[in-house]
Design a protein around this ligand. Structure first.
Ligand code: TYD
Length: 213
């Protein structure tokens, strides 16, 4: 087992992952966590991110999309995440393997077993110790993001986002020991409190001591 601790954040667009991550980075500063976002986090992965989110790439095929996310992730895992975990660091990732199942699987309709295999190949089987899933009605997510210009995935619409949400909940039911569902309709401070409770449990289990807990 790798020495570090790997936490991923998941949820539909506008579910507040980024705000939660900022809060967690503050609360967990004593551990000097490494903060990442997907797709991205390495020069190659950031270039792939631009391709993926570019609204002019309207004809991108679902499998092309899946392979590009997998390529960006492969580069990030091999050059950043695995080395950090080997050194015993805490890694907090905004999105990881469950995004592929939820978006390309439940959202785009690609077969889940193909995507499971793709995730396995692109990560060498590296799974988070804990995944915090922020569950939110996509209508509320869209309301919260109203001022931002939508990227290619966000333009896929509410029906798509609803399938993604339901997909996430199904994935969480299948892996309750890893994935913790947090109600993201709550005020951010409650979301943060719930998240910190889960993280504290993991830290205790792994024998990490939090001076402020
Ligand atoms: P981003 O602007 O980072 O959105 P967010 O702040 O909501 O994470 O864009 C990432 C988009 O890529 C987002 O719409 C989800 C999508 N995505 C996938 O479809 N599959 C994946 O495997 C990953 C990592 C992201």
């Amino acid at each position: 087992m790798l020495k570090g601790i790997f936490i991923s954040l998941e949820g539909v667009d506008g579910s507040g992952k980024t705000s939660l991550k900022e809060e967690l980075l503050g609360h967990l500063a004593v551990f000097d966590p490494l903060s990442l976002r997907e797709p991205g986090g390495t020069p190659i992965s950031e270039k792939i991110r631009n391709l993926l989110l570019d609204t002019s790439n309207e004809d991108m095929q679902a499998r092309t999309e899946a392979f590009l996310y997998a390529s960006a992730r492969c580069q990030l895992v091999e050059t950043v995440i695995r080395p950090a975990l080997q050194q015993g660091k805490m890694v907090i990732a905004d999105r990881y393997i469950d995004s592929t199942l939820a978006y390309q699987g439940f959202g785009r309709g690609l077969p889940l077993d193909f995507l499971e295999q793709l995730n396995q190949l692109s990560t060498g089987g590296l799974r988070p110790d804990l995944t915090l899933l922020l569950d939110l009605d996509p209508t509320e997510g869209a309301r919260r993001r109203a001022q931002d210009a939508p990227d290619r995935l966000e333009k896929a619409g509410l029906l798509f986002q609803n399938r993604v949400r339901q997909g996430y909940l199904q994935i969480a039911r299948q892996e309750p020991q890893r994935i913790c569902v947090i109600d993201a309709h709550q005020p951010l401070e409650m979301v943060v409190k719930n998240a910190l409770q889960e993280i504290q449990q993991l830290l205790t289990k792994r024998g990490w001591y939090h001076p402020r807990a």
